[in-house]
Write a protein that binds this ligand. Structure first.
Ligand code: PMP
Length: 400
């Protein structure tokens, strides 16, 4: 009965790893998928995560019962506090609804499903470019996806004028997807002043901000600094949605743990919103898994473990920042044509190199370096010993 099913293409990001795995070359380097690697090129399980897991294993009273539809209640409270800040007016006034969801992707999807059912405007504006899964998540949930200008390839920076023009032209009430920090794939974030402009514009047109926070703490090394954009919007008392992921900042990629928070204007509205979130979630997956959320909760509620996590998170962020410097120095030393200071100016996990798809194919076929065709490099996958090889490849791709 399925003979007419067409072969689907590989996912543009995860497909890079599929191709990488097939390459027998010892030189091969995977800079495609955004997952942290150590200097030795190994995946990292944080010490604090191992400690939390030990505590959970040793807890003889620990059950494997179903969680409520919206997940672990402590996890939800602590997650909201982490992104909004403990003094957040939304928390103090108890006018938010949080649900533990399946990492960032699941949180975005639940948010989108909720909006399709309960929000009058079905149009969402996403930046160009953005994480490749965004348009699909929102489309599959029934939203109509439009774009706003974000990146300027000539400056390798923000197209602030284009962004403001496009959001000004958006219909009243439209939803706007914003990357809370460390914009993927460009590594370009608005400055504080620019965020303030964006906030004023969004509020003046009654647009609805939907934050995607997949890299809190990963960009600057500080959890508070990386949450500032979100907190600025929550401080003005308006509505907003936030999707959080613990994949990168706790290294819990495969645990699929994240949260959706909807900030409302009153407690009454927030309780109704929460009741409807449950109706959205129940037919999708009934309730979320318990293990990842228990790890996060154990860490967030213990002062010492929270402190230890912050140190480990900062070490990951610092290693990425140091990779930027080393790559920039290596490319500069080779005299590679073009300007390359965006390698050190951009932040977060990725460098948007400006290399085109032909140059990327060349780097893959000649140097066994794997990255997405838009020229995005995961700095978290790079290590000091691989920098010369990568710089050679970039130089050859640009000059050949
Ligand atoms: N948003 C952005 C911008 C991302 O880069 C990612 C991960 N690549 C996610 C959301 C979601 O990832 P996950 O579902 O693994 O938390």
């Amino acid at each position: 009965v399925f003979q007419n099913v067409a072969q689907a293409p590989e996912d543009p990001i995860l497909g890079v790893t599929v191709a990488f795995n097939k390459d027998p070359s010892p030189l091969k380097l995977n800079l495609g998928v955004g997952a942290y690697r150590t200097e030795e090129g190994k995946p990292l399980v944080l010490n604090v995560v191992r400690r939390a897991e030990q505590l959970l294993v040793n807890d003889l009273y620990r059950k494997k019962e179903y969680l409520p539809i919206t997940g672990l209640s402590d996890f939800n409270k602590l997650s909201a506090k982490l992104i909004l800040g403990s003094e957040s007016p939304a928390i103090l006034e108890n006018r938010l609804a949080t649900a533990q969801c399946l990492s960032g992707t699941g949180s975005l999807r639940v948010g989108a499903e909720f909006l399709t059912k309960h929000y009058h405007q079905r149009t969402i504006y996403i930046p160009v470019p953005t994480w490749g899964n965004h348009p699909k998540i929102f489309m599959m949930a029934g939203l109509s996806v439009k774009t706003y200008r974000y990146y300027d390839p000539t400056t390798h920076g923000l197209n602030f004028k284009g962004l403001l023009e496009d959001l000004s032209a958006a219909p009243n009430g439209a939803i706007v997807l914003l990357h809370a920090c460390a914009h993927n794939p460009t590594g370009v974030d608005p400055t504080q002043d620019q965020w303030e402009h964006i906030r004023q514009l969004i509020r003046s047109k009654n647009l609805l901000p939907f934050f995607d926070s997949a890299y809190q703490g990963f960009a600057s090394g500080s959890l508070d600094t990386d949450a500032q954009s979100v907190r600025m919007f929550v401080a003005d008392g308006g509505d907003c949605l936030v999707a959080q992921s613990y994949a990168k900042n706790m290294g819990l990629y495969g645990e699929r743990v994240g949260a959706l928070t909807i900030v409302c204007k009153t407690t009454d509205v927030a309780r109704k919103v929460e009741s409807q979130m449950k109706l959205v979630i129940r037919p999708m997956y009934s309730n979320p898994p318990i293990h990842g959320a228990s790890i996060v909760t154990t860490i967030l509620k213990d002062r010492n473990m929270f402190y230890e996590w912050k140190l480990e998170l900062k070490a990951m962020a610092d290693r990425i920042i140091s990779m930027r410097r080393q790559l920039y120095d290596a490319v500069s030393a080779r005299g590679t044509p073009g300007t390359w200071n965006h390698i050190i100016k951009q932040i977060g996990m990725f460098t948007f190199t400006g290399l085109n798809s032909k140059q990327v194919s060349f780097m893959t076929s000649e140097y066994h370096i794997y990255l997405t065709s838009d020229g995005r490099i995961s700095m978290a996958g790079l290590s000091s010993d691989k920098v010369p090889h990568l710089a050679d490849a970039i130089h050859a791709a640009v000059t050949s």
